[in-house]
Design a protein around this ligand. Structure first.
Ligand SMILES: C[S@@+](CC[C@H](N)C(=O)[O-])C[C@H]1O[C@@H](n2cnc3c(N)ncnc32)[C@H](O)[C@@H]1O
Length: 187
């Protein structure tokens, strides 16, 4: 019995170390690829983001790089009739966001897929917490695909050739100054 418990604990410890290793590897790889690493927006900023997105009853909300699904979940909870779509290339993020949005599954979808590879013309509102280099590429894609009037909210980073309609201060987390601004655009 004692040996069985020791084996089980050792196995759990090994699994924990491997998962942590995969997470750190993905994080560092994303930074070097100048992609956006899995760094969720602080929960305390969600209310401000929701207020300034100005969703209405039939909005189609997209989170490009949806991470653990916290933004999708918050918008779905606050707006009981909207639909929401998330894309992420990180398997762990998609697993977490699927669990998080499970109760809204009739109007929420998350996909393990790069947002560069999907057409975004259904979106009425888009949320981004990405990287400056990613926004350079997305600006061109948005010009080609978005419906006129689509609202785009970006945390911390701006598009090179577009002027934001509004710039909002986000709360400073107590420990780190991770997020600072929310930029609102209309396409
Ligand atoms: C900074 S996190 C933001 C997560 C979430 N939007 C939030 O605010 O909590 C960026 C996410 O974008 C994802 N990502 C980066 N490049 C991507 C791509 N080309 N397609 C889909 N997701 C991508 C990363 O895996 C990561 O989960």
């Amino acid at each position: 019995m004692k040996i069985f418990l020791i084996c089980l604990l050792t196995l759990l410890l090994i699994l924990l170390i491997i998962s942590f290793g995969i997470f750190i590897y993905g994080f560092i790889r994303d930074i070097f690829k100048k992609s956006a690493p899995f760094l969720p927006v602080p929960l305390q900023d969600l209310e401000t983001i929701q207020k300034h997105l100005n969703l209405n009853s039939d909005s189609v909300f997209y989170d490009l790089g949806s991470g653990d699904g916290r933004v999708l979940n918050y918008m779905l909870k606050k707006h009981p009739t909207i639909s929401a779509v998330g894309y992420d290339i990180d398997l762990a993020a998609i697993a977490l966001s699927s669990l998080r949005t499970w109760r809204y599954r009739a109007r929420a979808k998350v996909y393990l897929k790069s947002f560069y590879r999907v057409n975004l013309s259904r979106a009425t509102h888009i949320f981004l917490y990405l990287y400056p280099e990613v926004l350079v590429k997305l600006e061109n894609k948005f010009d080609q695909e978005l419906k006129p009037g689509t609202v785009v909210a970006s945390v911390d980073f701006t598009f090179p050739n577009k002027s934001p309609l509004k710039i909002i201060d986000l709360e400073k987390p107590r420990a780190f100054k991770i997020t600072k601004k929310l930029y609102i655009y209309t396409w």
